[in-house]
Write a protein that binds this ligand. Structure first.
Ligand code: RB5
Length: 157
């Protein structure tokens, strides 16, 4: 499985640790984040990983910034992305079972590396349950479709 990873300057160390951890488990990791401690704007890597996921360049994505918030908001602006910030494994697992998330985000200032690994493991192991949850995902998709009809500042539903 190919995983796209992205980060800002705050999350550089955690990005490296998660990359090493996943590579040791046999995953292929493609890096879309910064490798510098210089200030780096999180929307850049949020959008890059999101684009790689929707184009099929990678199977899914992992995004890390200080809180996981800014970078996941950025990714969620890309059509087809369902990214969520998780600070514990339960939400990570359920986000896959029920919401079929294709990007997992977390914050390097919020959780430690061992919890981050546990969250990643739980998320990667979980599988979308489909069924009644598919209908709701389709409804989310419809919201995206409606957004495409916004013209000249007017919302056409
Ligand atoms: C960077 O200072 C910080 O705002 C960023 O890492 C993240 O927490 C944003 O959501």
């Amino acid at each position: 499985m190919k995983i796209g990873i992205g980060n800002d300057h705050i999350a550089l160390d955690m990005k490296k640790q998660i990359t090493e951890y996943l590579e040791s488990k046999g995953y292929e990791i493609i890096n879309y984040g910064t490798d510098s401690y210089e200030r780096f704007d999180y929307p850049i890597s949020g959008e890059a990983v999101a684009g790689a996921v929707v184009s099929g360049e990678v199977d899914c994505g992992i995004l890390i910034c200080g809180t996981g918030v800014g970078i996941s908001i950025s990714a969620n602006k890309v059509n087809g992305i369902r990214a969520c910030v998780c600070s514990e494994p339960y939400s990570a697992r359920l986000s896959k079972l029920h919401n079929n998330t294709n990007i997992l985000a977390f914050g390097s200032r919020v959780i430690g590396i061992e919890l981050a690994k546990m969250i990643v493991d739980e998320w990667l192991a979980a599988e979308f349950e489909g069924g009644r949850h598919q209908k709701r995902i389709d409804m989310v998709k419809e919201i995206e479709e409606k957004q495409k009809n916004i013209m000249g500042g007017f919302y056409i539903s």
